[in-house]
Design a protein around this ligand. Structure first.
Ligand code: PGA
Length: 251
């Protein structure tokens, strides 16, 4: 199965209007139809509607999170439902990023509810998972990943409605990356677990991204590893040279 690579930028809590629009414009300018990979940018919610509404011939826009609330509208002060995100013109949303899990106490069950809400609203959910340094050092990485896959990925997910992003927590924003062998082992374990949950055919087609300190200088190597179907990029997605430098390794 050849899976089309997905190069995704997670802007996190960065960019005000002028800078965000300029960066999105620079990305969309390079997103010509016929590119051999897919591009996704996930700006902060404050810019989601503006950027999702911008003219482009290719390139998707996603949110960084959606509400856990059981209804698409109602008394949930401060929350933004998946339906609202879809209504703004977004096609994707991240869910369960490690910063949400750590800073907002999101459990696998919360993440799965958010992913299910996203899918029900017609979005593709990018479900983020990954082990902490302590978990890696105590040899628990693969167990943690299997538990997170089972707990966070809705059992009716398909390759069209779900993407998994493997992001070792200790590699996010630190400049550290796992060895190629460790990435290969993690991605293979994730795909095997997805196979048990969703069936072999779906698991084979579903994209598994690597995230954590991806930059132009290591992207070609990381993206060539078996079962790595793209990248989720934080820091390096904030500069067009870096973001496109990563994408271009896949030309
Ligand atoms: P980083 O972040 O590329 O800055 O390590 C990745 C992420 O958090 O998605």
């Amino acid at each position: 199965m050849t899976r089309r690579k997905l190069i995704a930028g997670n802007w996190k809590m960065n960019m005000k209007t002028a800078d965000g629009k300029a960066l999105a414009e620079a990305v969309f300018d390079k997103c010509r139809p016929g590119l051999p990979f897919d591009i996704l940018i996930c700006p902060p919610m404050s810019l989601l509607g503006t950027i999702a509404g911008m003219n482009r011939s290719a390139g998707a826009v996603g949110a960084q999170d959606v509400a856990e609330a059981p209804k698409p509208a109602g008394a949930y002060t401060g929350d933004i439902s998946a339906e609202m995100v879809k209504d703004l013109g977004a096609a994707y949303t991240l869910v369960g990023h490690s910063e949400r899990r750590t800073l907002h106490g999101e459990t696998d069950a919360v993440v799965r509810t958010k992913a299910a809400n996203a899918i029900a609203a017609g979005l593709t959910a990018v479900v983020c998972i990954g082990e902490t340094l302590a978990e890696r050092e105590s040899g628990k990485t693969l167990d943690v990943l299997r538990t997170q896959v089972n707990g966070s990925v809705p059992p009716d997910a398909t390759a069209g409605t779900c993407v998994v992003a493997y992001e070792p927590v200790w590699a996010i924003g630190t400049g550290k990356v796992p060895t190629n062998a460790d990435v290969a082992e993690a991605h293979a374990a994730i795909r095997a677990e997805l196979g048990k949950l969703l069936g072999a055919e779906t698991a084979d087609a579903l994209r598994i991204l690597y995230g954590g300190s991806v930059k132009p200088s290591n992207a070609a190597e990381l993206l060539a590893i078996d079962n790595v179907d793209g990248a989720l990029i934080g820091g390096a997605s904030l500069k067009i040279e870096d973001f496109w430098g990563i994408a271009e390794t896949q030309q």
